[in-house]
Design a protein around this ligand. Structure first.
Ligand code: ZN
Ligand code: ZN
Length: 134
């Protein structure tokens, strides 16, 4: 796959960003932190090279949701846009649904399903991990 610039934004558009794709990985995360941060039963994340990520408009509000973890939010609309973990320096996760084309990175796994709400059924054949991968 050839490298290309991918754009995205928060709900209100105050924050706009670019990153170079294709993504290194993409998955559905059901961890409790993502559920709370998004107010949703899961978040689809795509992982990119941190150095290629540029905020072109606006400024993040940082939420330190766990030790070594920061989530980039829009102060105005509350969109939960990015996730960075000190254990994975050089990488940034971007909420797939904040991309201009949310259909582009296709999730390849389900992670942290130990936190998944029982009323949500996984209906595909992707690999399932109770915790993180590896
Ligand atoms: Zn916003
Ligand atoms: Zn999560």
């Amino acid at each position: 796959m050839s490298k290309r610039s991918i754009r995205g934004r928060c709900f209100c558009g105050n924050i706009r960003f670019e990153v170079v794709g294709p993504e290194k990985f993409a998955c559905f995360c059901y961890c409790e932190s993502c559920q709370r941060a998004a107010g949703a039963p899961l978040v689809a994340w795509a992982t990119y090279v941190r150095d290629t990520f540029v905020v072109t408009e606006g400024e993040f509000h940082w939420h330190h949701s766990s030790p070594g973890v920061k989530r980039g939010l829009c102060r105005n609309c509350g969109s939960s846009i990015t996730y960075e973990n000190d254990k994975r320096p050089g990488e940034i996760d971007i909420a797939v649904n904040c991309l201009d084309d949310p259909g582009a990175p296709i999730p390849r796994a389900h992670i942290w399903t130990e936190d998944k709400q029982p009323w949500l059924q996984i209906g595909d054949d992707l690999p399932v991990y109770e915790k993180n991968i590896g």
